[in-house]
Write a new protein. Structure first.
Length: 181
């Protein structure tokens, strides 16, 4: 789920991904309902519209409707202390910024991608549950739910509103699961 969310927040979907999303099914849970809604919306969305929505939300002319950065959500400014803390933690965990990345490391897609990598062992051995929890609490849980709620309610959000519902539900599930450990 981390990788799925990261991919869709890093760039607009291509045709194959949009077709895959259109096939999503769900159940009666909040997350399942959000997945079903996302699938239905994807089936009605063409590539140009998905690309335009992504552009309006995250790029815009000058800036998009939303700024998907931890520093911005936590301080109101970009490149602030949360980013410095993240960079320090990344160094300790052996995570290097991708050379192809242009945005700061505290972009929501990058953070979700890092979390997926910690779980899968892409930076060495898979991180123990305590390490996953520490990263989640330090860099994701304090603001990601707010971001996903903003994505749900953004003026230009249609397809991505359903993705916001998925993300918000998933963050709730993860926060609850980590609180049990």
């Amino acid at each position: 789920m981390y990788r799925f969310l990261a991919r869709l927040l890093a760039a607009p979907p291509d045709g194959a991904l949009l077709k895959t999303i259109a096939g999503l099914k769900g159940d009666e849970t909040d997350l399942g309902k959000a997945m079903l809604s996302f699938g239905k919306l994807a089936a009605k969305t063409d590539l140009a519209r998905a690309d335009q929505e992504y552009h309006d939300l995250f790029i815009g002319v000058g800036r998009g409707e939303l700024l998907p950065y931890g520093s911005y959500y936590l301080t109101g400014f970009l490149h602030e202390k949360p980013l410095a803390k993240l960079r320090n933690d990344m160094a300790q965990l052996g995570i290097a910024r991708g050379e192809d990345r242009k945005e700061p490391e505290d972009h929501i897609a990058s953070l979700l991608d890092m979390m997926a990598g910690l779980i899968a062992g892409e930076f060495g051995d898979p991180a123990p549950l305590a390490g996953q929890k520490a990263f989640f609490e330090a860099h994701i849980s304090s603001w990601a739910s707010h971001f996903f709620a903003d994505l749900e309610g953004a003026k230009t959000s249609v397809l991505y509103a359903a993705l916001g519902s998925i993300g918000r539900s998933f963050m709730e599930i993860e926060a609850t699961a980590f609180s049990m450990s």
